[in-house]
Design a protein around this ligand. Structure first.
Ligand SMILES: Cc1cc2nc3c(=O)[nH]c(=O)nc-3n(C[C@H](O)[C@H](O)[C@H](O)COP(=O)(O)OP(=O)(O)OC[C@H]3O[C@@H](n4cnc5c(N)ncnc54)[C@H](O)[C@@H]3O)c2cc1C
Ligand code: SF4
Length: 493
């Protein structure tokens, strides 16, 4: 129990922790419910906002998000909300059972069963879509299963998600790489109403230096898929300083290896979470900074020193120091300098990709191919689990609107319903009330040019087809009357 931690929370009105959370978790509300003993309510609230709250509570970068922004951290110890989230969401996940709903007759294909694909499957599965999820791997989970090591994320959690998806009626086609034998066009021809692409960034970025094909040189994301299959003698060099590099280094340390991380800049520039670097240091991983690899040789890696300098625009840049090459002897090398997309899926169709090989979508997740949507790392580039879930949630919602079709009015209504059910009721009451006023004024020959903007809008549009009038009104109303976020306003334009 984390009641002491909860009691330290000030339940701020404008909570900084919530504002810094990429999925906007209502932290004060969850903590209040937790303190009042309303566990189930708190758990449901967490899950509905973020179906992967259990995973996020374990792998998010709290230091830059909720914990790092807690008001109490300014003068003392910040509230560690993630501990409360862990307690609530792991318990909820253990007991969660989502029943298969009645079918709505529509079929969705999901390509990629990482957090993005699984989020879309969970949301649309609960809305009655018949979903087939394709993944090139034997099991779903994406990086959650084949990247993040067990010591940070227990795979039993990923197994639970797989069970929940199956209970919901999601059909999983494992070991199926889309883009080779099966193409996107074939999926559309087979009657899927929409396709979601969440294929992530599964291709390691190469360093493009001599010797990269030698037998002792490997890429971190390949290594992390099955670390037990690698057999390094003793000394291993890891190149890079992001989270993937830390995961590789810490996994190697658990295998009893002598591990050193080499990085071309300094500690402050490392992109790994601060807590990951600290834990790597505590576990005995060594670090060498201001070193850049220039060649791989049989005995190890040749590194050059690097140094910072200020360029003509006043920016700090890093460059190699001439004639500073030195051989670092080692038995194995792991390269962890970022990832990009695999080519097979996109090269099999006319879908647009950008110069970095990422899938191009608009704000609603629509790609250049009709009925094909995408989000997650394949669109954003390598990011985080929580950002992936937040985006996938939004795109799933839009796919729902897209598949249900209907007029702009219907879409606007569905969108409003999602934003806030009470708002719809309020709007409908308000609309009726204003229309009654207009009707009353007309019946009594009163001047309706002298009316409020709201009356003016409704009256102006009542002359159109009924639906058209309502549609215009809804859109105008959203744009002018409600304080709806800009994001949603642009979605219904
Ligand atoms: C080692 C590592 C550690 C990380 N640690 C953290 C962390 O601690 N915290 C954090 O927030 N984020 C972390 N991340 C980032 C996070 O995991 C990703 O942002 C997230 O997984 C992206 O989700 P996704 O669904 O877009 O892609 P992925 O998780 O990559 O899933 C993509 C899925 O698509 C499948 N696929 C790909 N191509 C095809 C195809 N053509 N046909 C069929 N299936 C296909 C793949 O098999 C995979 O299952 C880490 C990433 C890595 C690599
Ligand atoms: S900022 Fe800190 S004190 Fe305020 S609600 Fe968030 S966790 Fe509680």
């Amino acid at each position: 129990m984390n009641i002491d931690e909860a009691n330290r929370c000030l339940l701020c009105k404008n909570a900084r922790c919530q504002a810094a959370c990429p999925i906007n978790t209502d932290i004060p509300k969850i903590i209040s419910l937790y303190k009042e003993g309303k566990r189930e309510e708190a758990q449901k609230e967490l899950f509905e906002n973020n179906p992967f709250s259990s995973v996020c509570s374990l792998v998010c970068d709290w230091d830059t998000q909720c914990k790092g922004n807690c008001i109490k951290g300014i003068k003392g110890d910040p509230v560690e909300f993630y501990k409360i989230e862990q307690e609530l969401s792991l318990e909820y996940l253990k007991n969660l059972k989502l029943e298969k709903p009645e079918s709505n007759g529509k079929r969705i294909a999901i390509v990629g069963g990482g957090p993005a694909g699984m989020t879309v499957a969970l949301i649309l599965g609960q809305r009655g879509y018949q979903i087939t999820l394709f993944d090139e791997n034997p099991r779903v989970g994406g990086v959650l299963r084949y990247g993040i090591p067990d010591f940070r994320l227990d795979k039993a959690i990923v197994d639970r998600y797989e069970e929940i998806l199956k209970d919901l009626g999601v059909i999983i086609r494992p070991n199926t790489l889309i883009g080779t034998v099966i193409t996107l066009d074939q999926l559309l021809n087979d009657g899927y109403d929409a396709i979601f692409i969440g294929t992530g960034v599964g291709r390691p970025k190469e360093l493009d230096i001599k010797g990269e094909t030698l037998g002792h040189v490997h890429y971190a994301i390949d290594f992390l898929r099955s670390p037990e299959t690698y057999d390094f003698k003793e000394k291993v060099v890891v190149i890079g300083a992001g989270n993937v590099a830390m995961d590789a280094a810490r996994t190697l340390k658990r295998q009893g290896k002598d591990v050193t991380v080499y990085y071309r800049k300094t500690f402050e520039n490392m992109s790994a979470n601060k807590s990951e670097i600290e834990e790597a240091l505590e576990e005995g991983v060594k670090f060498e900074v201001f070193k850049a690899p220039v060649e791989f040789v049989d005995e190890g890696v040749i590194f050059s020193d690097t140094e910072n300098y200020t360029d003509e625009n006043g920016r700090i840049q890093t460059r190699i120091v001439e004639n500073s090459e030195k051989l670092v002897k080692c038995d194995g090398v792991i390269i962890a300098v970022s990832q990009t997309t695999k080519k097979n899926l996109v090269s099999s169709s006319d879908i647009e990709i950008n110069k970095w090989g990422l899938l191009v979508t608009d704000s609603k997740g629509e790609t250049s191919m009709n009925n094909v949507f995408g989000s997650g790392d394949v669109v954003s580039g390598a990011r985080t689990v929580v950002e992936t879930i937040a985006n996938a949630k939004r795109i799933a919602l839009n796919m729902d609107l897209f598949c249900k079709g209907g007029s702009k009015l219907e879409k606007a209504r569905l969108l409003i319903e999602e934003i806030d059910k009470e708002m719809v009721e309020l709007f409908e009451k308000r609309f009726k009330a204003v229309k009654d006023v207009i009707d009353f004024k007309k019946e009594n020959n009163m001047d309706i040019t002298d009316s409020s903007r709201e009356e003016f809008l409704i009256n102006k549009n009542l002359g159109y087809l009924k639906d058209k009038a309502l549609e215009k009104y809804y859109v105008e109303f959203l744009k002018n009357m409600f304080v709806v976020s800009k994001k949603y306003q642009s979605d219904i334009k």
